[in-house]
Design a protein around this ligand. Structure first.
Ligand code: CAA
Length: 380
């Protein structure tokens, strides 16, 4: 009934993603972290290997990978650099609403081009006044004949500066709360669409994060996904898909910190012996290894349920919360094992600790995951 052996294809995918992370991402990660520049050259190579279109069904030019496959890849990318991995994965988040709720025509028009030429799409849910409370969106979409007129400001948008297409959640009827939200595909080329302020982040600095401004943007009614009022559920279902991927990335970050800490503890000599000889260090490393394994299993379960066509809301939040919190713990302990050196930018673990913090915040904070879990276990 249960197997823990990856298939030959999964081993090959993992190997490819690991080599890409080791050879293309890691050598550049600290430079991109320092400068905050957009790693376009890395994305070009990833695109050529199919690493940015794996989630797209074969019918639209992608590799048609399942969620479990995507998580296996994502762990390796997160191990390489979670900032770069976040930006690389943003197309998946932005195009999933179209794959879930779009018509055949919309999938051809708004998804397929992303498999032909490297370009970026952004998922625009969050606003200054609507972060955890996604139902509180103030961006409006007013019907005017056969167009909708969009006005509002989205914030903390991954790849917002570089995207050619935005998936925007806006209210078509504010009196209905979350039931009045609708989802639209908004091409960047339309008048009134512009990226706003680029954020200067503490961690994951290689991923672009910016505002997206919508001023009297007239979009064809044909760009509405599903029906008016479907937006909130489309967003929630998309997050059910995305959260196992963030969990997998978190496992990758934790694994990177664990490996570095273990290595360092064998090299660092104090009181005449490597610090790895101390039971205090054994226990920290053992906890890290145990939690990483547990987080990976939760992640695989969240992804596997999706691949079986089953609702995974609870398990997706289990995985996201557990893995993000674990990444924060493990990276903090890795800095502790490195001691004073760990706090210095010359060593790699402080970056991992800064990067990990964002995993507990985006795609639903650790607190929101617990709220989702509580609703799932108590009310549904
Ligand atoms: N699938 C399908 N339907 C769902 C669902 C799911 N997973 N979750 C909720 N729904 C439905 C409910 O059944 C309910 O339906 P009805 O109206 O028919 O009864 C409706 O949606 C409302 O659900 P709730 O009552 O649970 O909604 P809520 O407002 O109380 O709470 C929330 C929802 C869980 C707090 C939600 O707002 C949420 O997830 N917030 C976090 C938002 C988030 O993750 N933002 C991250 C942005 S993306 C990002 O960070 C990426 C980046 O680029 C950095």
């Amino acid at each position: 009934m249960i197997g823990f052996e990856p298939t030959e294809e999964q081993v090959a995918l993992q190997d490819m993603a690991h080599k890409f992370a080791a050879n293309e991402i890691r050598p550049k990660a600290s430079e991109y972290d320092r400068t905050g520049a957009f790693p376009a050259e890395i994305f070009k190579k990833a695109f050529d290997l199919g690493l940015m279109t794996g989630f797209v069904p074969e019918a639209y030019g992608g590799l048609g990978l399942c969620s479990l496959d995507a998580c296996i890849i994502e762990e390796e990318l997160g191990w390489g650099c979670s900032g770069i991995a976040t930006s690389m994965t943003a197309n998946g988040l932005a195009l999933t609403p179209i794959l879930l709720a779009g018509t055949e025509e919309q999938k051809r028009e708004f998804v397929e081009p992303f498999t032909k030429v490297l370009q970026y799409a952004s998922f625009c849910l969050t606003e200054p006044g609507a972060g955890s409370d996604a139902g509180g969106i103030a961006t409006t979409a007013k019907k005017d004949g056969d167009v909708y007129v969009l006005n509002g400001r989205k914030c903390f948008i991954t790849n917002g500066t570089y995207a050619s297409q935005y998936t925007v959640f806006a209210s078509t009827d504010r009196s209905k709360g979350h039931k009045g939200l609708s989802a639209f595909v908004v091409p960047r080329s339309l008048p009134g669409v512009s990226p706003g302020k680029k954020e200067d982040k503490m961690g994951q600095r290689a991923s672009d994060t910016s505002d997206v401004l919508l001023e009297e943007v007239r979009i064809p009614a044909a760009n509405l996904l599903g029906k008016e009022g479907d937006g909130f559920k489309i967003a929630m279902k998309t997050l059910d898909y995305a959260r196992p991927t963030v969990a997998a990335m978190s496992v990758g970050v934790a694994r990177a910190a664990f490996e570095l800490a273990m290595q360092y503890s064998k090299e660092r000599v104090q009181f005449g012996v490597p610090i790895a000889m101390n039971q205090a260090i054994h226990f920290m490393l053992a906890d890290m290894a145990m939690d990483i394994e547990a987080a990976r299993l939760l992640t695989y379960k969240g992804a596997w349920l999706l691949d079986q066509g089953k609702r995974n809301t609870k398990e997706s939040s289990f995985a996201k919360a557990f893995a993000a919190d674990l990444a924060m713990r493990v990276t903090t302990d890795a800095v502790q094992i490195y001691g004073g050196y760990g706090y210095m930018r010359d060593y790699p673990v402080e970056k991992l600790m800064r990067d990990a913090k964002l995993l507990q915040i985006y795609e639903g904070t650790s607190q929101i995951q617990r709220l989702v879990i509580a609703k799932e276990i108590m009310m549904r």
